[in-house]
Design a binder for this molecule. Structure first.
Ligand code: GLU
Length: 284
């Protein structure tokens, strides 16, 4: 078993992160196996070394340990570009020059039904750039996955859910290709400003690190269909997924990075112990 916690250093860790990291580490420890930390810092406009240092400090304080040095996504752009190149050479990607507004307008057009469909990454792309002639070489632009082509010859997307999805989904999850086409669509695999994307990087890195169990919040359950598809088309192994409940604030809202009041650092400053944090998130 190899588990991981993969935070983005764009803000302080809060109780929800602590729960995720503790769960992943507890599961690995119970099996005398490995827990890894990976820094997901592809968004260099938002990642800060101070946040990264704070993450290390908070996690060590919580009693977690992991092998060093850790994998840092900002150092792996060539690996992601190689995976994109592979998909490009198979005709599964196309460049997209649409801005957010263009997408909203096209998706709201009467012939599209009037109301944009929302997927895990926002509006399901209406396909404006899909049929433009492709340049000979893979350009340094935003690149989208041609979902219909990517699913060609794939009967279903299957994965094992050992935790539970937001609607109690567990066991073998079986998603029909039409569902991915209709409710996820042509997602961006390389952002113009980053040269990669969360979905592509996470899948490439989980495989590179031999992650056997992906433990993360239910907010990422819908993205798992994308990840399993990418594993299929890139020939990568498929881990077992364990989505966990989200830690909410008193009003029932999911915690976000900006909820500084729930930051681990704040509880530490107020004198809480690591055992207190475990109790607050419902772990013993
Ligand atoms: N880096 C992602 C985040 O901070 C988590 C990725 C994952 O667990 O798959 O939300």
């Amino acid at each position: 078993m190899i588990t991981r916690f993969a935070p983005s250093p764009t803000g302080p860790l809060h109780l929800g992160h602590a729960y995720s990291a503790l769960l992943a580490s507890d599961m690995a420890r119970a099996a005398s196996e490995t827990f890894l930390l990976r820094i997901e810092d592809i968004d260099q406009s938002r990642a800060r070394p101070e946040w990264e240092a704070q993450i290390f400090d908070d996690l060590h304080w919580l009693g977690l340990d992991w092998p060093e040095p850790v994998m840092r996504q900002s150092e792996r752009l060539p690996v992601y570009r190689a995976a994109l190149q592979e998909l490009w050479s198979r005709g599964l990607l196309y460049p997209c020059s649409c801005r957010r507004r263009d997408i909203l307008e096209a998706a709201s057009a009467p012939q599209e039904g009037g109301a944009p469909v929302m997927g895990p990454d926002g509006i399901v792309y209406p396909g404006t750039c899909r049929d433009r002639p492709l340049p000979a070489e893979m350009p340094a632009e935003a690149l989208r996955l041609n979902m219909r082509k990517a699913l060609d010859g794939i009967d279903n997307i299957l994965f094992q859910e050992d935790g539970s999805g937001p609607n109690g989904e567990r066991g073998t999850i079986d998603i029909a290709p039409e569902t991915l086409i209709g409710s996820i669509g042509d997602i961006v695999l390389a952002r113009r400003d980053m040269g990669t994307s969360y979905h592509l990087s996470v899948v490439v890195d989980d495989a590179a690190q031999g992650i056997s169990h992906v433990i993360r919040g239910q907010d990422l359950f819908a993205a798992t269909a994308i990840h399993v598809l990418l594993q299929r088309i890139l020939g990568l192994p498929r881990p077992i997924y364990h989505h966990h409940r989200l830690i909410r604030d008193d009003a029932g809202k999911r915690l976000a990075k900006r909820d500084d009041a729930r930051a681990i650092g704040k509880y530490r400053a107020d004198g809480a112990s690591p055992a207190d944090i475990r109790e607050m998130v419902g772990l013993r």
